[in-house]
Write a new protein. Structure first.
Ligand SMILES: Cc1ncc(COP(=O)(O)O)c(C=O)c1O
Ligand SMILES: Cc1ncc(COP(=O)(O)O)c(C=O)c1O
Lengths: 134, 404, 404, 134
């Protein structure tokens, strides 16, 4: 075992869950940190205020990829409100703990998701496509 | 060159990171500081601190003298004619901004500024700002192995750019440009020539007088000196003609409510209270480099570069970017299947500091068709053991990510 | 406030000048540094030195954290909403130049910038540069005792200047302006309000949020901190809207050959590798001042000011300039029949450092009808004994020049 | 005795020799250091390449005043060439030694005089009026 990346992170990096793009979505959010080059694109299907389906794609490091992937798992079936409540700490624990220098990689997906849902609410819950710069 | 003794001079190299001795391989971003420089800054604050230029008392004379000495030392280091040609700024970025603002005043619509695709953002973005005035910015193309495309250069110079600003060496790939040839080509095209020497002067000797270059810019923090000090060298006759950049105290000789008159060189371009301690520390950094010898340092880096490159070529799945020859001690690379950030994190766990990302050179990254690289850069205090640890680290990356 | 203990913190105060213990009374020009600040700079170079923002390794995280902490501490010190409103520059002069360039972009021909006749050159010359764009610069008149002429101020504000830039306190006369009233008057006239706080924040508490001022500028070196660090505070919503000043590395988020996008605040305004060590040392200076307490320091200075002023009034042939009340611990004066330079030289012979000249405020000098003054300025480490030595020195000046 | 200003400096400051302005001159040179505020005005009558008469006025500190005054004494009767040769060191010695922090005050008058004579030569030795910024 190495003490830097959990097996979960390494697994999700190699075989990310929910990787891809939904055809039928209410939210498409593309976000990233241009200066580090990481990019994540979420496509989300919301029904009755709940996440009915969600996929992500993009390119990023092990931590941002694993984190975004895990996030899609975690939010499936959750309400918009519940998603907001997921804390960075929780995310970190789910991932098996990440090193301090890489917090920003871990939170990239979550920030994009949060912003996307905010925009979705602002739009009166209409179908939206947004680009977010972190 | 006695590396062991040199290492002793750098207190930070005794630091432990995650239980391992620090192996610092991010020298292109900034270098560490020898105790001599740290103590010079100390000593200034403990013995000579006063504002410069203005005071008629002993302490102020001391600080003024020390600060002027720093300009003189810099002039000698790059073989400028005199200290009037040496302007202290905050960093290379400010030096280039000074040029873009001050030279920009005289440029007209449709004038062309020529730069290249291997530049650091600091030698791109300031020129792009001139587009608002209708000035055009052109870029010399780059070859696949990260050299300037000579044919494209000739073509672009044939359009008679007013300014040709290029880097002495690439901070991403290590490419060392033939600055002598480039300056000559620029001059032949009647362009003002500017070298971004932020990655050059700490590795290669430069003689601005012989080179006949118009301006060069570099940073103290990349050559053992304090942060917050940069240099702009300019030919005296050009600097005399140029309008100042920032204005205020110290850079004027007479102010009335209607009009102001500028101070003499170099002070005309140093507005406000300067980074006195930084300048004084920088002088000691230059003296340190001169004592060891830039050529000796270069040789040492080349040895490390060749050794590490060869070792890396033995490992499968490593891509190294940049030219094969005429290269600084910089290795920009990717491990197949692993993101550069992850490469650097795994190494960091063992105390090995390398950089990952686009290295403030996005246009070059785009040109190479990549998102980023991992980059190790050597300097005078690095040893063969550092290179070995670095190679071991890469092997560990591959093991952790199971990419064998 | 235990002055004896405070003095112990400043190594330079043990220095002998011409055989006498240094009595440093040029605090308006720059202050001395406590050992805590000197050691913080040291400690950074010996333990945490790396470039900020960019690195994904431990050392770089440390330096980035420390550098950000310095912004946060500064925000707290002046009661800004958040660190995004704190931009580190080289000095007050750069801060004001940043404003004159960036705000200047949006000004149009015949727009008016209002400043005053008691300003330091740094708050005059940058605005004069805008004249080239057809922008007008007006000056509020000053009374004989060095205060702003209120009637003239009202009249000039009635012409609706776009910008009203004034000093918090005069570096020459010590005049403390009623910044609360001035900001309100400026706001009422729909002007952007800018305080040159270079002589204010080290003596008087400031709360930028309550004050509702748009921008303030000041320098680390005038408040126990390192040289090469200045601050620009700006309201977030204004800074967001403003174009950057200098451009290059660190201040962009995306660069292509065509166009660049800016980084988030405050980094958008900090181009290139900043003065990291300076910022980190500055944080410790702020902590030091907060521990002693700005109000305590002010009280102490006022005591020295009153004592020294009274003593000087006993001496024939001394003219003191400036207001009687609401004044910093600054005494600007002339000895009849003796040139200010000679006053300062005689004092320097006894180790007493005061300044002489026009103090970078030529328009004010002209207004007062004098060529220059001698100036003593007190700070927290000065003692009653320092004041006594200073008074003795003036008596000696008179003796040497036989002007009794 | 004080060890900072020689009696000569103090005397010349209070009662400067050759203070005033010539009506009949070939060179009038006004020069100064605007940032320190000192100003000196020389009026000089040259005949046969020799200084026939010279006066100075202006305002300055003890050192610059004494130095300019002494200079007028010193150059009287000298040829243009001889004036050039007067060194800063000589000036310093004549003045009885000045402190290091004030060298610029001492040399102000000499710099203005040197420049003025240069301009005079350049002009083909015609009557000139010049303003010099040091
Ligand atoms: C009122 C005032 N403004 C501005 C400045 C300029 O400060 P700096 O030289 O640090 O840029 C000074 C310092 O002399 C000052 O006293
Ligand atoms: C080639 C080159 N130019 C310019 C710079 C900018 O230097 P600074 O950040 O000191 O302004 C750098 C440093 O990263 C560089 O490598």
């Amino acid at each position: 075992m190495n003490e830097i990346y959990s097996e979960l992170i390494l697994d999700l990096y190699k075989n990310p869950l929910n990787y891809g793009e939904l055809k039928n979505f209410n939210i498409k959010a593309e976000g990233g940190n241009p200066s580090c080059g990481d990019l994540v694109i979420f496509t989300i299907k919301i029904e009755n205020n709940k996440v009915k389906d969600i996929k992500f794609k993009g390119h990023g490091c092990a931590i941002s990829t694993a984190s975004s992937s895990l996030l899609t798992e975690k939010v499936l079936g959750k309400t918009i409100k519940e998603i907001k409540k997921i804390s960075d700490k929780e995310l970190n624990e789910m991932l098996g703990g990440i090193i301090q220098t890489r917090i920003k990689c871990m939170t990239l997906g979550k920030r994009v998701l949060d912003k996307a849902i905010e925009e979705y609410k602002k739009s009166g819950k209409n179908k939206i496509k947004v680009t977010i710069r972190i | 060159m006695n590396i062991k003794k040199i290492k002793e001079d750098f207190p930070i190299l005794k630091k432990k990171i995650n239980g391992f001795e620090l192996v610092y391989l991010d020298n292109s971003a900034t270098t560490q500081k020898p105790i001599q420089v740290i103590e010079a800054v100390n000593c200034y604050y403990e013995n000579n601190n006063a504002n410069v230029h203005r005071g008629g008392y002993e302490l102020s004379r001391e600080s003024t003298d020390l600060y002027e000495e720093a300009h003189k030392e810099t002039a000698e280091f790059i073989k400028a004619k005199k200290m009037e040609e040496i302007i202290f700024t905050k960093n290379t970025t400010e030096s280039i901004n000074l040029l873009s603002f001050s030279l920009g005043e005289k440029l007209k619509k449709n004038d062309v500024v020529l730069t290249t695709k291997i530049e650091h953002h600091s030698n791109i973005v300031p020129w792009q700002q001139l587009k608002r005035k209708g000035i055009k910015v052109e870029f010399v193309e780059v070859t696949k192995d990260g050299k300037l495309n000579e044919k494209d250069l000739e073509e672009k110079l044939s359009f008679k750019p007013k300014i040709f600003a290029f880097t002495g060496a690439s901070n991403v790939l290590g490419t060392v440009n033939d600055i002598k040839k480039l300056v000559k080509q620029g001059k032949d095209a009647d362009a003002l020539t500017i070298i971004d020497a932020a990655q050059f002067v700490q590795h290669k000797k430069i003689n601005v007088k012989k080179l006949n270059v118009d301006f060069i810019a570099f940073s103290s923090h990349k050559m053992l000196g304090p942060t917050g000090i940069g240099v702009l060298y300019g030919k005296e006759e050009l600097l005399e003609e140029m309008p100042p950049f920032m204005t205020g105290g110290d850079m004027i000789s007479k102010v009335s409510c209607e009009k102001s008159y500028w101070n003499s060189l170099p002070w005309k371009f140093e507005a406000g209270t300067p980074n006195i301690a930084g300048g004084i520390g920088f002088r000691i950094a230059l003296k340190y480099l001169e004592r060891i010898g830039i050529e000796e340092i270069d040789k040492h880096e080349q040895k490390l570069l060749n050794y590490a490159t060869k070792e890396m070529q033995e490992i499968d799945g490593i891509e190294i970017f940049g030219p094969e020859k005429n290269k600084l001690g910089i290795i920009s690379f990717n491990v197949k299947g692993v993101h550069p950030h992850d490469v650097s994190s795994v190494l960091d766990r063992k105390g090995i500091a390398i950089r990952s990302g686009n290295h403030c050179a996005q246009p070059l990254m785009e040109e190479l068709g990549i998102k980023g690289t991992a980059r190790a850069s050597f300097y005078l205090y690095n040893t063969k053991e550092d290179a070995d640890k670095f190679i071991e680290g890469i092997k560990e990356v591959k093991k952790i990510f199971k990419v064998d």
